[in-house]
Design a protein around this ligand. Sequence first.
Ligand code: NAD
Length: 486
Amino acid sequence: TETPAALTILFGATGDLAKRKLYPSLYRLYRKGHLSSGFAVIGTARREWDNDIFREHVKKSVMESTNIQDQIDEFISHFYYLPHDVSDSNSYAELRTLANELDSKYSLGGNRLFYLAMAPEFFGTIAEHLKLDGLTDTEGFGRLVIEKPFGHDLPSAQELNAQIRRSFDEKDIYRIDHYLGKEMVQNIETIRFANALFEPLWNSRYISNIQITSSETLGVEERGGYYETSGALKDMVQNHMLQMVALLAMEPPISLQDDDIRSEKVRAFRSMRPLTLETVNDYFVRGQYGPGDHVPGYREEINVDPDSNTETYVAGKVMFDNFRWAGVPFYIRTGKRMPLKSTKIVVQFKDIPMNLYYRPDDQEMEPNLLVIHIQPEEGITLHLNAKKSGRQLQTTPVKLSYANNGEDIMNTPEAYEKLIHDAMRGDSTNFTHWDEVALSWSFVDVIAEAWRNEKAAFPNYPAGTKGPKAADELLEKDGFFWWPLN
Ligand code: NAD
């Protein structure tokens, strides 16, 4: 589908996300011809900037992200700026006047994308004002794009949702989970459903367990203040990790329409075995990094309580009590200050019965694995066993790899680029529906509560290591182990 002409109104235009991701993504869309002359952007934030300062800022942020700069001056001429106070109706009246002007100037047909790239405590207020002060009152579409976090537990998410639903229909709300914009996350579906080799085996008869790891090498950096109120469970598990779990576990959709895919994901969330306060510690473990080589421990970071109970690492086991997955653990782990930055999925197939080729002295014989590399590498690797050449019947591991090469990766749209483009075209497949948000919060809330009630023995892994011992034990008690990070 063509990208319709539209006005983007960006709240938080002077912020970090806008600078690092949104302007470069808009520029890439522009260069690829996805934004016709029919586009304009109004940036708003507290600072008293004007159009010129804003345009220079946008230009700089684009130039920092790419060395290609053709038509950059034409591109930035579509950007406008208004200082804005999110709770003042006068601000919205000014915004409305400018929006209507640009609407006729660029023939935008009243199509509007309201992009909220600022602190979540303002999401509700802004959404309400947009309707109250007439900004949504146009001929064209009015879509709300919101960043994470969507609440900090189920009740706060419900409250926020009720607030924004007073101004926007569910179909016009685009909740960003930028993992869903990643090339290889989108590829999970294709790998599963477009291959006769995988889908017939994609169940408890042939798969022994699935492992999803998202590790970071960085610590909390300057975000200590925010992170203290969040932690790895809310920052990573509730959204990104569970979204990947749902894509791996869901049933084939009846079509590729956004509603059809989303309803299968929702069904997957509904079949996750719920935890109770008593069972949480059998399924989930937490960690916090202590000092490592030349780096401070979490409790020594800026704006962090020296006695903090916040987890920087989570590992867990998710079970699906349904026909396809009964008995197959989905293990997830995510943490800061681990040895390597990587996101990948390992699907471990069951050993075949009575393997005649297996010898006890054969160290190399491994089960079949399908590895989906999400970042920084993008690709898949299939681990097989073949015969070692020579007379003896010895096996040797063979890896079939497909990697997006450097050029593919360069041309691969960035997650944000794809998501902005999708929102403009009205494709909500890769955004999270309210039902998914609610179900994942109710799953995670129990874990958070159990952990709030019980102080952890932190720190329990040194910075730069692969996490606490308890994470290994979580798999060992099921007879499994984590496949190596690299
Ligand atoms: P930021 O603090 O860098 O920017 C916040 C923006 O909001 C600024 O433009 C500021 O002027 C504006 N603002 C703040 N208070 C205001 C007020 N009262 N009235 C008007 N404007 C006001 O934040 P950020 O890092 O860009 O993050 C924005 C959102 O994106 C957050 O929801 C965050 O969780 C989410 N997010 C950020 C990143 C990232 O990489 N930075 C990644 C994922 C999600």
